[in-house]
Design a binder for this molecule. Structure first.
Ligand code: ATP
Length: 504
């Protein structure tokens, strides 16, 4: 059998970094092939090479036996290669169908395109309304747009860069069914994920990268998750340490917070009340699009709310903007890393200053103290093991996981009184995810309050003291995490609130 894709000696260097070093392997038709490696191992660079976004310095590729050197994504797509990115490349102001049409060489009339989108999304179980504006969709729904856009191209190789990090377990199952169907139809899938259990359930071959090189190949179905993790990192991974829970006084109090959605299709927050005490981690679970972004916005100060709804240590911050809240000690790290949490084309120093300026004293008489900003950025880089040539690198040049470590580290190191994070370990490898969770737990152990909004239930159960769920903008009454069972969580996520599971 001719391999679908053959890579031979692919090498790519960036200033100060060898992103890919002499990479060779094959992908067979219909194969679901995992590409594994810790943050910065070179996975994205390699798949961008296959997709025509990066030109390798050396090496060659063959697709179905023929030389393959796409000079741009359009050439890769024409050859049957499609890709779903870790960061979405959609225009928020346009509708689903308009976005899909933009990626096509010769898009059909809008009405036909809308029908094709409906057909494909139904065939593959990925419900999508072609007329909705992308800006109003949740992360999970945006990903569906990207996937459907790819499926319309009838790809022979579909590349997916961390597709499940924005999905609920149920949505992930739907995606796996889609991918298995595609593979049964003969398409190959190159699949990047840090979730090793899902790799083991889905993929039949795996190539492991470390420091830009291939360090191993295996059948993940026959390799344990611990083994895979060790081969990626080269050392053993330690689990998070539990911490004593000695809870202090209430720090953050949210009382009867209701907010109309910022956009037509957003989610309204409905009478949200919660309390976070010193030393506590409150976990908020829920399916994306149920008000997570709105809640983060209402806590960070991007959205203001009625007087008395948001208070920190008794100080009413409901009408205070983000800067005033930061000065008071209420910090937030949003889900969307590039664009929202970090300015892509600014250096890490500038990005560190963006949120750290007041708490770290980085300005004097209205002027940024560059040296101080650089040291702060460097401190984040060192303490959070952000792999980058230095603080002068742009946010955009970092691998996804490394940027996430930077964004979380930047907030944690500002010694917040209360930190609110949304999807803190999105796209972060297992070792770094453990380090981020540990940092959040250390923060709480030091007396801060932490709110973790996440779709990752295992993560929430691992770090939270109390657990609550956000459903259609309503928060269920919090329960001690130690009492949570999967059944009970399922009911809470479904909006059944405090209901007990039925006893039979
Ligand atoms: N455009 C660029 N300019 C400079 N350095 C880059 C650029 N793109 C990638 N790099 C560097 O190349 C290395 C490999 O990055 P890459 O994004 O391929 O890693 P990755 O394995 O996909 O990581 P992650 O799991 O965090 O997404 C990293 O050190 C990264 O900082």
């Amino acid at each position: 059998m001719t391999a679908l894709l053959t890579l031979e000696g692919i090498t790519k260097t960036y200033p100060g970094v060898i992103a890919n070093a002499d990479i060779s392997f094959q992908i067979q038709p219909g194969e679901i092939h995992a590409l594994l490696g810790e943050n910065g191992a070179g996975k994205s660079t390699l798949v961008k090479t296959i997709y025509g976004l990066v030109r390798p310095d050396r090496g060659s590729m063959r697709l179905n036996g023929a030389p393959f050197a796409p000079s741009e994504p359009r050439a890769a797509r024409a050859a049957g290669v499609a890709m779903v990115f870790q960061h979405f490349s959609l225009f928020e102001a346009l509708s689903v169908a308009e976005n899909v049409g933009l990626g096509m060489e010769s898009p059909p009339p809008m009405r036909d395109l809308a029908q094709r989108i409906r057909d494909v999304s139904q065939t593959y179980g990925l419900p999508l309304d072609p007329g909705r504006r992308v800006g109003d969709l949740s992360a999970g729904e945006r990903q569906r747009v990207e996937i459907v856009r790819c499926l319309l191209q009838d790809p022979r190789l579909l590349i997916m860069d961390e597709p499940t990090s924005v999905l609920t377990p149920q949505e992930a199952e739907v995606l796996f069914a889609t991918l298995r169907k595609l593979s049964a139809e003969g398409a190959a899938i190159l699949y990047i994920s840090h979730k090793l259990d899902e790799i083991r359930a889905l993929c039949e071959a795996a190539t492991i990268l470390r420091g830009g090189r291939v360090v191993g190949q295996c059948d993940p179905r026959e390799t344990s998750a611990a083994d895979l993790a060790e081969r990626m990192v080269g050392t053993q991974i330690t689990a998070s340490q539990a911490r004593p829970s000695a809870l202090g006084a209430a720090l953050l109090t949210v009382t009867d917070l209701s907010l109309l959605p910022a956009t037509q299709f957003g989610t309204a927050l409905r009478q949200i009340s919660l309390e976070v005490r010193a030393g506590e981690i409150l976990g908020i679970g829920g399916v994306a699009g149920n008000g997570q972004d709105e809640l983060l916005g209402a806590l960070s100060g991007e959205r203001l709310s009625a007087l008395g709804t948001v208070t920190l240590g008794g100080q009413d911050l409901s009408r205070a903007g983000p800067d005033a809240r930061r000065r008071a000690g209420l910090l937030a790290a949003p889900e969307e890393r590039l664009g929202h949490a970090a300015a892509p084309d600014m250096s890490l120093t500038e990005n560190a200053a963006l949120t750290g300026v007041s708490r770290k004293g980085l300005a004097r008489r209205g002027f940024l103290r560059w040296g101080a900003a650089r040291s702060f950025a460097q401190e984040v880089i060192d303490r959070f093991d952000v792999r980058t040539p230095g603080a002068g690198a742009t946010a955009r040049s970092l691998s996804g996981g490394n940027l996430q470590k930077f964004v979380i580290g930047r907030e944690v190191l500002q010694a917040p009184r209360v930190l609110v994070v949304n999807q803190p370990t999105w796209g972060v490898d297992a070792a770094a995810a453990a380090a981020i969770r540990q940092a959040l737990m250390d923060l709480a152990a030091g007396g801060a309050g932490v709110v973790v909004i996440s779709q990752d239930l295992d993560e929430l159960l691992a770090v939270s003291d109390r657990f609550t769920a956000l459903n259609e903008g309503r928060l269920s009454p919090p329960r001690p995490a130690s009492e949570m069972t999967v059944d009970r969580i399922g009911l809470m996520l479904g909006g059944a609130g405090d209901l007990e599971p039925a006893h039979v």
